[in-house]
Design a protein around this ligand. Structure first.
Ligand code: SAM
Length: 169
């Protein structure tokens, strides 16, 4: 939610990269930036997916529709319930999950609409870090072994250098 053009360009792009790498199915932005969408889809094209990028969404309708369709909303905020205290309940629930993060101050309504308000420590930090830690706890590290479909490039872990396989399609 939110984006200050120029100032937030890198961090908002990183939210998308982290969402994809750590196991989310897609990202919905509340602003529109065709260049950022192109950059993210270029990573999907090279390193695989599936990963959807939606831009220019209205946050209130996205959250309300998500809940109406039976999903749950996890708002990451330093004021929420500590992640270790709530993650088992969130993991047990098989409902589709929408994770909400903000670029700047998030309206109070989001706290009321969210199914869970979850903190990743009660200290102020970053939406990128909060998203990465939340997804890692949700997937319990399985994101390390996720296979991405349709990848053109695949990295083979190498303790000393770079090994990249170019898959011809
Ligand atoms: N002052 C803003 C507020 O009150 O929401 C902080 C914005 S912070 C720079 C950007 C986003 O990072 C927040 O909207 C939240 O999603 C996330 N965030 C920052 N610290 C967090 C924490 N300790 N736990 C969970 N999320 C956090």
């Amino acid at each position: 939610m939110g984006h200050r053009p120029g100032r937030d360009d890198r961090i908002s792009t990183h939210c998308g990269l982290v969402a994809r790498a750590f196991g989310a199915d897609g990202i919905i932005y509340t602003f529109d930036d065709p260049k950022m969408r192109e950059k993210l889809l270029d990573v999907v094209e090279r390193f695989g997916g599936p990963f959807e990028v939606v831009m220019g969404a209205d946050w209130r309708s996205v959250i309300k529709d998500w809940v109406r369709r039976g999903g749950e909303v996890i708002h990451l905020t330093m004021y929420g319930v500590p992640l270790p205290e709530i993650i088992d309940e969130i993991r047990r629930s098989k409902r589709d999950k929408l994770v909400v993060i903000g670029a700047e101050k998030v309206p109070g309504e989001v706290y009321r609409l969210a199914t869970y308000n979850v903190s990743v420590t009660n200290q102020p930090h970053s939406e990128v870090a909060a998203l990465a830690v939340f997804l890692d706890w949700l997937f319990e590290g399985r994101e390390f072994y996720r296979e991405f479909k349709g990848a053109r490039l695949k990295i083979v872990p190498n303790p000393r250098g770079k090994t990249v396989i170019n898959i011809r399609r």
